[in-house]
Design a protein around this ligand. Structure first.
Ligand code: SF4
Ligand code: SF4
Length: 363
């Protein structure tokens, strides 16, 4: 900022993050030389000055209570001078420079019931959305499914024994507040029928123009029912996204019988070794089965284990699938290939593989 312009005073937005950085990060900002994974859950960043920053990563329950946040703050005060951060996948990282405090810190976290891990070639905590606890348009629960999956995959969180990082994401509808479009494995809640319109309610709780405008596929049209303004849905155009339900509560989309989960694979954000990839459909539908969702848990575990057994070192899920070929992926995982795997979106043809060279390796 120019010296002549007075600093703007505002209460909008969060405070400047720089004031909260640990002194070692402030001192070496932008001057880091390399980093290593000394052991599961511990990262060591080394600055050009020789300074070292250790991050100890623990899984949080994702939806956390005030008591849990206070506990993490107390642990940070005790071991790291109060410095901690939350990662984008809902881990908590304690930031410290005193190497001798790492093991006592890990011991304390274990004593409080929090596993340490998720770094390097491991599964990190699952990023997830709001689910039944909060969002109106959820097709499934978020924290319940994720807790059930993570309980089963615990061994891959606390050890670095996978070929590469494995990122799992969860979103409870296809509006995808979670990063399901670009994760190695994604669990996505899906609705499977068009909204049911309560025409007696539309006039009192909805605004017809904004409801029509909310539909990304143009499936919602204004109409008149019994002499009153209302809306109709062209079902063939509906992709069950719930955008209309968000602005018009009289267009209920949730259905306890039809809603469920789908599983997607092969996405990644990183551009290391190969370009970033979108996740692709693996399993089109798994019914909701609370409280432990055994079908979804088994499906994810199966994909993780087949990948762990077959991928080369450093190979992400999508890279492994592209090397062996999608037919081989379906064969090895035992997942059925169905008509739902064929993209029938209007512009899908532009993304189709048009070459006759379909790669399939023999293993
Ligand atoms: S993913 Fe969909 S249902 Fe889940 S919190 Fe986001 S908008 Fe709501
Ligand atoms: S669910 Fe989505 S696609 Fe279907 S009518 Fe509503 S806004 Fe349109």
């Amino acid at each position: 900022m120019s010296q002549n312009i007075p600093q703007r005073k505002t209460d909008i937005g969060p405070p400047d993050y720089k004031q909260f950085l640990p002194p070692v990060i402030k001192k070496n900002y932008g001057q880091w030389a390399y980093h290593e994974n000394p052991k599961p859950g511990v990262l060591m960043h080394v600055a050009k000055s020789g300074d070292r920053l250790y991050s100890v990563r623990a899984a949080t329950p994702r939806l956390v209570s005030i008591e849990t946040i206070r506990l993490f703050a107390d642990i940070a005060d005790e071991f790291t001078g109060g410095y901690l951060r939350w990662t984008s996948r809902n881990n908590v990282e304690f930031l410290l420079t005193d190497e001798t405090k790492i093991d006592p810190l890990i011991e304390r976290l274990h004593k409080e019931g929090y596993p340490v891990g998720g770094t390097g070639p491991a599964i990190t905590n699952i990023v997830h959305t709001q689910g039944w606890i909060h969002c109106h348009s959820a097709a499934s629960d978020a924290s319940g499914v994720v807790k059930s999956v993570m309980d089963e995959l615990y061994e891959y969180f606390v050890a670095m024994k996978l070929p590469a990082k494995l990122r799992i994401a969860y979103a409870c509808c296809l509006n995808m507040c979670g990063a399901v479009h670009c994760s190695d494995i994604a669990i996505l809640g899906i609705h499977r029928r068009a909204p049911q319109i309560d025409h007696t309610q539309v006039r009192s709780v909805c605004e017809v123009p904004s409801t029509v405008a909310a539909c990304p596929t143009g499936a919602v049209r204004p109409t008149t029912v019994n002499g009153h303004e209302s809306v109709e849905v062209i079902e063939e155009q509906c992709m069950f996204c719930a955008n209309c339900y968000t602005v018009c509560p009289a267009m209920k989309l949730n259905d306890p019988e039809q809603d469920g989960l789908s599983i997607w694979v092969g996405g990644k954000v990183s551009n290391a070794r190969s370009e970033p990839k979108f996740s692709k459909l693996a399993i089109p539908y798994i019914p909701n089965n609370p409280p432990r969702w055994p079908e979804a848990v088994n499906a994810v575990k199966n994909i993780v284990e087949v990948y762990a057994a077959g991928a080369r070192k450093y190979e992400r899920m999508g890279e492994w699938i592209e090397r062996i070929g999608w037919p081989k992926f379906f064969e090895l995982t035992g997942i059925e290939f169905t008509k739902y795997h064929i993209d029938d979106f209007t512009h899908a043809g532009e993304s189709y593989k048009r070459s006759a060279h379909l790669r399939q390796v023999k293993e």
